[in-house]
Design a protein around this ligand. Structure first.
Ligand SMILES: [Zn+2]
Length: 232
């Protein structure tokens, strides 16, 4: 096995996820699937305009190598990314998404971000898609745990939120059974997920993508949508 982002061959266990994390660039399964899709499918050109939310270390380097000074990293809590040694701008998706220029970005990436925002995630996705260039692509993933979709915005103290939504404040769970009724109502998307339509098993194994992520919606599923896929 070899990390398809940094070439590293050492992996570390995550809770209930043996050898999930690349020791060198810290990539997770979803980060490596995103990199596969960026390199093999989206293929952004040098100097492409890239907007990266919650920038993962290895993926950030890969995107900077492609985009150069057209790479823009943003997050609601920039100090969390001080170790990257790059400029990460403060960006609150619930408010700042409306400031994005329409038709600008050739690639937008956000992995496991939508579950944290305390506002209407559908509007955020639509407005992000509107800021894609004509052939630009948005890559994203969300936690997909169990069958049911749940969504909550509550008036509560931070301690109460932690007690109710966990240390990582997941306000939203995308249910496996309701992808068509949630994300699929915003974008034209395949009704199922099958990574082996895009990549041969040996490529997925080499990139350390476990087989249980190949054929079903999981938190490792990477969705790729374009502006023309908007149904609204
Ligand atoms: Zn790596």
């Amino acid at each position: 096995m070899r990390c398809n982002i940094c070439g590293g061959t050492a992996f570390e266990d995550m809770p209930k996820r043996p050898l999930a994390r690349c020791t060198t660039c810290r990539s997770l399964e979803r980060t490596r699937v995103a990199a596969l899709k960026i390199k093999e499918q989206v293929r952004p050109q040098p100097g492409a305009h890239v907007l990266h939310f919650a920038p993962e270390q290895g993926l950030s380097q890969l995107l900077r190598d492609i985009a150069g000074d057209k790479y823009r990293a943003v997050d609601i809590d920039p100090p969390r990314y001080a170790h990257l040694g790059i400029d990460v701008e403060l960006f609150d998706l619930c408010h700042d998404v409306f400031t994005l220029p329409r038709g600008r970005y050739d690639l937008i990436v956000h992995n496991h971000v939508l579950e944290h925002i305390e506002c209407n995630y559908s509007v955020v996705l639509i407005r992000l898609a509107q800021s894609l260039s004509e052939n630009g692509a948005m890559l994203f993933s969300v936690p997909i745990v169990g069958d049911d979709f749940t969504d909550a915005i509550v008036d509560a103290s931070d301690e109460e939120k932690a007690a109710r939504f966990g240390a990582f404040r997941h306000y939203r769970h995308f249910g496996r059974r309701f992808i068509a009724e949630t994300l699929g109502m915003i974008f034209d998307m395949a009704p199922d997920y099958d990574l082996t339509r895009d990549f041969p098993p040996e490529v997925l194994r080499e990139a350390n993508i476990p087989e249980h992520h190949w054929h079903d919606f999981t938190g490792t599923s990477i969705f790729v949508v374009r502006r023309r896929d908007l149904r609204v």
